[in-house]
Design a protein around this ligand. Structure first.
Ligand code: FMN
Length: 219
């Protein structure tokens, strides 16, 4: 294991006390890779904690192979496609490259990679709560790129993808929460079409709205 040096992580925006949104690659014991958006808690001292719900493929893979790659991107399309595993056209197929120190692969073309081993769960599993795993960092590849301007459209598009994943999980059991999240998705859709009408982000919020409307109107 390489000595933990927080500096490249800090440069990539892993700010202690913050949840950062990433794409986690994991692998099953049979060698099938999986990618999914996952929040990473950056704890004081810069320890990283991930919290996958037990019903996700990510959680199942981590039980079999306790290693992961934290792939870093700010592309809202990658959040949508990996959350809903949409494949088809060029940009929606997942291409992988081998990681340097763990078995799950890297998602090709990301802005940076953090390869980790997963420790034992911090708490026993509780119904309705995610599992919590501390990560032991094995490899960090820091990006070198120009500073990026902030766009509310990027935030809003990724936020709508998160809400869509919650709507998928809750639409059968919690109509009030589903309704609340659906209204937020509509709100972000309006916002993105106002500030970034012809962008990758407007494409993502269109896809999200289409997906959740099929679910909500089905109820
Ligand atoms: C930005 C973002 C962050 C997310 N963070 C988490 C998380 O921390 N834990 C979790 O269980 N699901 C999280 N989700 C939802 C999962 O990505 C979603 O349920 C996904 O379909 C799980 O895929 P899997 O079953 O292949 O693991 C997040 C979704 C988004 C868009």
């Amino acid at each position: 294991m390489i000595p933990f040096n927080p500096s490249p992580l800090r440069k990539m925006g892993f700010t202690p006390g913050t949840v950062v949104e990433t794409i986690l690659s994991t692998i099953s014991s049979e060698g099938t890779p999986n990618v999914a958006p996952m929040g990473v808690w950056v704890q004081p001292g810069a320890n990283l904690v991930i919290r996958p719900y037990a019903e996700t493929q990510t959680a199942r893979n981590l039980l079999e192979v306790p290693e992961a790659v934290i792939n870093i991107t700010d592309d809202s399309r990658i959040f949508f496609n990996t959350a809903f595993k949409r494949r088809g056209t060029d940009t929606e197929v997942f291409f992988y490259d081998p990681a340097k120190s763990v078995r799950p692969p890297r998602l090709r073309g990301m802005l940076g990679y953090v390869e980790v081993e997963i420790e034992e769960p911090l708490k026993p599993e509780e119904v309705g709560n995610p599992l919590e795993y501390e990560c032991r960092i094995k490899e960090v590849e820091a990006p070198s790129r120009l500073p990026q301007v902030h766009s509310r459209a990027c935030f809003a598009a990724i936020e709508s993808v998160i809400h869509a994943t919650r709507i998928v999980a809750l639409s059968d059991s919690d109509p009030d929460q589903t309704e609340r999240l659906y209204r937020l998705v509509q709100e972000y859709h309006r916002l993105v079409h106002r500030i970034a009408p012809n962008s990758v982000h407007s494409g993502v919020v269109d896809d999200v709205l289409y997906l959740v409307q099929r679910l909500v109107y089905w109820l």
